[in-house]
Design a protein around this ligand. Structure first.
Ligand SMILES: [Ca+2]
Length: 256
């Protein structure tokens, strides 16, 4: 199944190859590829996480997403040190209605649309938890538009890519990394175009999909959380604290 997806994506990318960044698709590479415009409005936006960037990002605090999320978000679970943002999963104090807390960081603006997204991160290795990077727009009347890079802590030698259009899941694509993502920082990215999404690992194309991909701009988001989804994540054993680390995030918009 996976082989056929890769073969298909290779085939589909051939006509496209001259347009796709060959490595570390930063603004310079994307300019070479003619995918973004030459003017300064299309410069790469890079967030280095040296400190809380309150102008551009928000720390979730005091609420839960419910559903499959077995935690409440706490601002104390998001910290910055030596250029790294840490998202923590922790225990809640006695008396809380939740057993655990998670960490979440998302952009103030829901204006991030087509373009190239990249994150340098190190996810948590532990059954029952998720570390993620995604774009998300919750306000679409037809359901969420979302593009995901998700690590399930039960097996950090794999990464799960997915997208939602009008609230409908594409079903997910599991990609075998060939390394344990929890051991070191690596770059994970995706190129979001009007008719396709291509995910990258360390600058190399991993999975490409096309069809009715998301079309509504959203927020840049990251979170680390224990889940109530044993079938997907395996049961959470309650081990805390657990930390996912993020070095930087970048976004380079497409030309119009
Ligand atoms: Ca950094």
């Amino acid at each position: 199944m996976k082989k056929s997806i890769i073969a298909l994506s290779l085939l589909m990318s051939l006509s496209f190859m001259n347009c796709v960044p060959n490595y570390k698709a930063n603004a310079t590479e994307l300019k070479k590829s003619n995918l973004i415009c030459e003017n300064t409005q299309c410069e790469e936006r890079r967030f280095d996480f040296n400190e809380h960037d309150y102008k551009n990002f928000y720390i979730s605090d005091g609420w839960s997403n419910g559903g499959g999320f077995n935690c409440i978000w706490r601002k104390n679970n998001v910290s910055f040190k030596n250029g790294i943002m840490t998202l923590k999963i922790d225990k809640e104090p006695e008396g809380s209605s939740y057993s655990y807390s998670g960490g979440e960081y998302f952009s103030n603006d829901a204006t991030y649309g087509y373009g190239y997204y990249s994150v340098r991160m190190k996810p948590i290795k532990n059954d029952g938890v998720v570390s993620s990077f995604f774009t998300y727009n919750e306000n679409s009347s037809g359901g969420a538009h979302e593009i995901d890079i998700e690590f399930t802590g039960k097996d950090t030698t794999k990464v799960e890519f997915n997208y939602f259009t009008d609230g409908i899941s594409a079903g997910g694509f599991i990609y075998d990394l060939g390394f344990d993502a929890s051991l070191d920082f690596h770059e994970y990215g995706f190129l979001w175009l009007p008719d396709s999404i291509t995910w990258y690992v360390d600058g190399k194309e991993a999975i490409k999909t096309s069809g009715k991909v998301p079309s509504i701009p959203g927020r840049i988001s990251m979170n680390a959380w224990p889940g109530n989804a044993p079938g997907w994540l395996k049961p959470f054993d309650g081990k805390t604290p657990l930390t996912a680390e993020y070095d930087w995030v970048s976004y380079t918009p497409l030309s119009k």
